[in-house]
Design a protein around this ligand. Structure first.
Ligand code: SF4
Length: 495
């Protein structure tokens, strides 16, 4: 009965054109085939278009995906990094995922949480446990959390709203300075839902709503998501973020699970998804994720993947996504090994997680992933936040915990417009410095603090020398005052 009520057919049909969705497989295959042996001059023109911060046309992305010459890939990678610097400067945004339950009514072939895998260890966190998990995550130094829910009547929208309220209510004293600390932005990764339920999430104050299509290839989608499950409905999922936009949630995040089907096709699917959102709502996705499938407990599929993506192809897909959708944040997760994460940060990734625990209750239990025999996937980078922040600071990247945009109304179309004119990046640079300053004072180990202090001074010198800022004396005055106030112990100051 519960399952029957979840899918609202009208909320799919209203987005179809002539009964079709926006993934035209034949067209995508033809575009990929026609893009073979691209003229290097054409590729350079595409790079210039990307550098002017414009979403690429599918034919242009298809041409990039077909480049074979290593020299041309060097040019592509260089352009990808330049695009990232233009839009996002040299900052990396950090977040932590919090898995609230591993109860799920679906049976996705690749997932350790699927219903058939069910045993007595499956559970949902109580609000008291959510509070404890949040305390542990805050104690690491995080300010941004993504709550992950399985699809199940026990983790319905009422539970989600309670959980969001619980997370926002937790305050802690930071371990080094004793200053007050809390989670300032809660994002949600949850199953597709109706506009009415999405409005409730918006009212609860979420930041981004994230739904991954997993694979854009219809047949593969049907193979790995049994038809008798809720997730078996491809289009209910495909239009989840359209419904979110209609419900007023204008920060949405898309993603594909790479390894289920051809990686070039999935990149095209992500681009078509972006273009459809941009055409209908004037704004594309806030972020794009591209996790690669990894072994999950009890999943037969993990060992039988003809489309597994190699490290080399993974780097290519990151660079092509960076160029194809210049304004979207790109997320590389702790599924990947530290060395590869470093490489793709230099190809355009802008966000990552750290100190990640994917078991239910694993942050407060201090359980390692090896202790947990039922998990959704395996992680490649179990390091603490402090270690990762130290590493990216050595690479010249400033860690940001900024949540200002969302709280100042710089979301959706507003933020995307600012990003495409490379203006939001300027605000973010200031806010990144302020939140990094907080982190260094409140949480950093002596080693990370030493590296961070050097970097932050360099950043401030760059800000002082930047014409955009010197022509805005009031903004600079406020920035200098807030930086000083943070050193004196004030917190949560932003621009
Ligand atoms: Fe459930 Fe998500 Fe796992 Fe599918 S991938 S079984 S929907 S938790």
């Amino acid at each position: 009965e519960w399952k029957k009520e979840v899918i609202v057919r009208d909320e799919i049909d209203k987005y179809l054109i002539d009964g079709k969705d926006f993934i035209d497989e034949e067209k995508i295959h033809t575009q990929i085939a026609n893009g073979k042996n691209p003229d290097p001059e054409y590729i350079r023109q595409i790079l210039q278009k990307s550098l002017s911060i414009k979403t690429l046309a599918p034919e242009e992305t298809a041409a990039l995906l077909n480049v074979e010459s290593p020299e041309l890939w060097d040019e592509i990678n260089e352009a990808a990094l330049l695009v990232k610097k233009k839009v996002y400067d040299n900052r990396i945004v950090f977040f932590a995922p919090l898995y609230c339950s591993n109860l799920c009514v679906n049976n996705c072939e690749y997932c350790g949480f699927r219903e058939e895998n069910c045993d007595e260890k499956r559970r949902i966190l109580t609000q008291d446990e959510i509070r404890k998990e949040t305390e542990s995550v805050i104690d690491e130094g995080h300010k941004r959390l993504i709550l992950v829910f399985g699809e199940h009547p026990r983790s319905d929208v009422d539970y989600m709203v309670d959980t969001i309220n619980t997370v926002y209510s937790v305050y802690r004293d930071a371990p080094v300075s004793g200053r007050e600390a809390n989670i300032r932005r809660v994002n949600i990764n949850a199953a597709p839902m109706s506009s009415a339920k999405l409005k409730r999430l918006k009212d609860a104050g979420i930041g981004t709503y994230q739904v991954f299509q997993e694979t854009y290839h219809h047949e593969t989608y049907s193979k790995v998501h049994p038809a008798n499950t809720l997730k078996g409905d491809y289009r209910w999922r495909l239009y989840a973020l359209h419904r979110a936009m209609d419900a007023g949630l204008d920060d949405v995040a898309i993603g594909a699970l790479f390894g289920l089907y051809d990686w070039r096709f999935e990149v095209m699917g992500l681009l078509y998804h972006t273009i459809d959102l941009e055409n209908r709502f004037g704004v594309g996705p806030h972020t794009i994720s591209f996790p690669r499938i990894t072994p999950a407990s009890g999943s037969s599929l993990s060992n039988n993947l003809p489309h597994q993506v190699s490290d080399e192809d993974f780097k290519k897909l990151v660079a092509v996504l960076r160029l194809s959708v210049p304004t979207a944040g790109l997320i590389v997760t702790a599924r990947e090994q530290p060395e590869l994460k470093k490489e793709v940060i230099n190809l355009g990734c802008t966000q990552t997680d750290a100190s990640t625990r994917i078991g239910i209750g694993a942050y407060s239990d201090q359980k390692t992933e090896e202790d947990l025999d039922k998990k959704q996937f395996t992680i490649g980078d179990p390091r603490d936040l402090d270690d990762v922040i130290g590493e990216v600071a050595e690479m010249g990247y400033i860690s940001s915990f900024c949540t200002a945009g969302y709280r100042c109304g710089r979301t959706g179309e507003t933020i995307m417009g600012m990003l495409s004119h490379c203006v939001e990046g300027k605000f973010c640079k200031l806010n990144a410095v302020l939140t990094f300053r907080e982190y260094l004072n409140d949480y950093a180990s002596p080693k990370t603090k030493a590296i961070g202090e050097e970097l932050i001074l360099k950043e401030i010198a760059e800000i002082e020398a930047e014409p955009y800022f010197s022509s805005r004396p009031h903004l600079m005055e406020k920035f200098r005052a807030e930086y000083k106030d943070i050193l004196l112990g004030k917190r949560d100051l932003y621009l």
